[in-house]
Design a protein around this ligand. Sequence first.
Ligand code: BTN
Length: 241
Amino acid sequence: MIYRFDILGSTNDEARNPAYREGDIVIAERQTAGRGQRGHTWESAEGQNLTFSLILEPRFLPVNEQFLLSEVLALGLVDTLAEYKIEARIKWTNDIYVGNKKIVGMLVENSLTGGCLARTIAGIGLNINQTEFDPSLPNPTSMSLVAGREFDREEVLTRLHHNIMSLYESLRCDEKEMLQSRYRSTMYRLGEKHHYTLADGTVFEGTIRGVRPSGELQIEHSSDGSLHEYLFKQVEFVIKK
Ligand code: BTN
């Protein structure tokens, strides 16, 4: 079911209500307190984009395999954009990029019962018809800016929902290697030399070689060829504006 609201604080917060069940979507035309990663806010012009949360109940998935859910979501987004001839890539962990610009942000929140995942709230902000962004945002883009035309947001939502749920069924059917290999080959900057910043501010040059099934980013350092693995928040991409 799709539950529609004109205005909400954050769809991720509304989606915590246990009345919503697996496969449901909570969508708002406007969020007054949209949340992003790393404690940031998420700004989205009213009625121009998609800001929604998808509820999943992945009780079949061990906690240490939760990164596979990010893979399902990211690939569902990339597949949907490809249906509109927009070639997008996955910026580890959860962003979707076109070129060097961000078209989708995702905030995935999991809750656990015992050793298992009980509920996942996948908050997705997909920029569709917005063409002007706050200049303070680092590098936003939208489907309209990329393709030079407007899109039917309802149609995009229907396709996205279908594509994500179909990859989610692949995960339920244990097609984990397919998801891992597709995620890897769709990664932004895979195999290219670029700069990255560590949490202590050190900048280094390296090449993304892949991602571990548990989600750590693998970067080969140019200085000595050594392979390092990074958790979320341990490393940031240096991206020129
Ligand atoms: C990020 O890139 O920082 C993540 C942005 C996630 C934004 C979406 S919009 C719908 C859902 N509700 C929220 O409050 N945040 C997510």
